[in-house]
Every structure is written in C-alpha cells, then in structure tokens.
Design a protein around this ligand. Structure first.
Ligand code: AMP
Length: 212
C-alpha cells in the first residue's frame, strides 16, 4: 500500500502520518523531517536546504527528488509506505509516478482540506518535539507537561518557519506550486479529500475510511 498525504502547511498531515502507517503496517516519512534531520547533522544537503526552508521556499526539485527516492529505494519500503509532504511540484509527482510504474503506482492520495484562516492559527501555535518530531499545539493539543513531549519526554520547540511572515510565504508557494499537483492526482483518479478542519480523532477516522 503506497499512500501520499497532501495538503497545505498546517493541515495536520504530520499528525496523522505515523498513525495511518501503523495501521497499514508500513513506514512513514516526511520530506520536511528528512530535511530537518540533515540540517541538524550539518550535512551538505542540510546546508543547501537551509536557505530555502528559512524563507518558506521549496528546496529545488532535483535534490528533493533524490532524497525521497533514496528513502523509497530502501528494501524495507518496497512493500509500501506513507509519505507526507512529497510530491509538492508537478516535476516531483511525475518523478514519483515514473519510479512506481512497475510496482503499480500510488494507491491512494489523501488531500487534507482546511480553510486558510485555520492554517495560520494552527501553524502559529504549533510545537514540535526536538527528538521524535511529534507535533503539539499550544491550544488545540497541548502536551500534558508544559514544553515536554508526551511521547518521549524531550523538549518541544517552535519551528523557525512557523513565524507569521514565513507562514504567509509558505501558503503562497503552496498555492502556486502544489495546487496543480492536487489537480494532477484528481485527474489520475486516486485522490480523496477529507475535511481536516475537524478534531484530530475525526480526521483520523476519515483518513482510515478513505485508505480502507
Ligand atoms: P514541512 O515540514 O513539510 O512543512 O517542510 C518544511 C520545509 O521543507 C518546506 O517549507 C520546504 O522548504 C522543504 N520541503 C519539504 N518537502 C519539500 C518538497 N517536497 N519539495 C520542496 N521542498 C520541500
């Protein structure tokens, strides 16, 4: 089962990715997490991605495609996966289709639908675990202990690119670059939309339903 989670920044894809992957019995990956991991390790890729991420711009297609394809090519991912945050451009979508041509292509693309005003509110209150990347929200899903991850106990932080000026640019880039990808998958016929403005457990139920 190969599943792609799509949606604007702040639509909650990351919150649901590992849950649905657990149900299906596959691994999940977030392209943003792969970049942040490289950034924290100061790799060449991390340094290259940094300047784009700080401004809320997309990292160039060739490096992004290479990075995600390397992950997909790992033998343990041959049976399936959940990807959050990729593809975000038409070039990335076509590269993915080409890669999966022989193994039957993407099974399900799920689009997380959330009104723009909710996105800004969600992103500005978001907190992320510095170890396991579990997302929380200051108001909507606060951690049990302040600034402390419920999952692993490590400290939470606010992403640099969740600052209001960068958020605005991320939404702008999303509309310009990624909305055409949503249309692309809609035409292919394997895209399902879910109302991701609802509470986390409701979104989880809708997601399980469309994946089933
Ligand atoms: P995210 O955690 O998904 O919001 O991604 C954080 C940042 O990583 C984005 O704002 C981009 O700079 C970069 N990024 C993540 N995924 C992609 C992608 N598929 N294509 C280009 N840039 C990406």
């Amino acid at each position: 089962m190969k599943i792609i989670l799509m949606g604007p920044p702040g639509s909650g894809k990351g919150t649901q990715a590992s849950h649905i992957a657990g149900i299906v019995g596959v691994d999940s990956v977030s392209s943003g997490d792969l970049f942040r991991d490289n950034l924290s390790k100061n790799t060449e890729l991390g340094l290259l991605a940094k300047s784009f991420m700080e401004k809320g711009e997309y990292v160039p297609d060739d490096v992004t495609i290479d990075m995600v394809m390397n992950w997909i090519e790992e033998p343990k991912h041959s049976a399936g996966f959940v990807i959050d945050g990729f593809p975000r451009t038409l070039k990335q979508a076509k590269a993915l289709d080409e890669k999966l041509l022989e193994s039957g292509g993407v099974d399900r693309v799920v689009f997380f639908d959330v009104p723009e005003e909710d996105l800004v509110r969600r992103l500005s209150g978001r907190l992320i675990c510095s170890s396991c990347q579990t997302p929380f929200h200051k108001m909507f899903s606060p951690p049990k202990e302040e600034n402390c991850c419920d999952n692993c106990g490590d400290v939470l932080y606010q992403r640099e690119d969740d600052r209001p000026d960068v958020v605005r640019n991320r939404l702008h880039v999303y509309t310009r670059e990624t909305e055409p990808v949503v249309d692309y998958f809609e035409k292919v016929g394997n895209l399902r939309r879910i109302d991701a403005s609802l509470a986390i457990n409701k979104v989880r139920e809708s997601l399980e339903e469309v994946v089933r």
